[in-house]
Design a protein around this ligand. Sequence first.
Ligand SMILES: [Zn+2]
Length: 93
Amino acid sequence: MRIRFPRLRARSRQPELVCQQVVELVTDYLEGALSAEDRQRFERHLAGCPHCTEYLAQMRETIRLAGRVAPADLTPVMRTELTDLYRRWRAEG
Ligand SMILES: [Zn+2]
């Protein structure tokens, strides 16, 4: 089954993914939903980024425990601080 997912088109011509893009792509990656090109870029980023490698490992473990990909239930390490901050702002507002 081949499903066409919207391609991540970089605003500027960026050959490398940034960490945030990797975080956003990780579930697609684990579901095998990335195009070959995006997958390559994803893996190239991982090769040079221990943070994202760790993130992917945590994601895999979480999915293994949960038995499915459930991004809403996850707390991505790379976003934890920002999310907490954001939540606090909203709670106060
Ligand atoms: Zn990274």
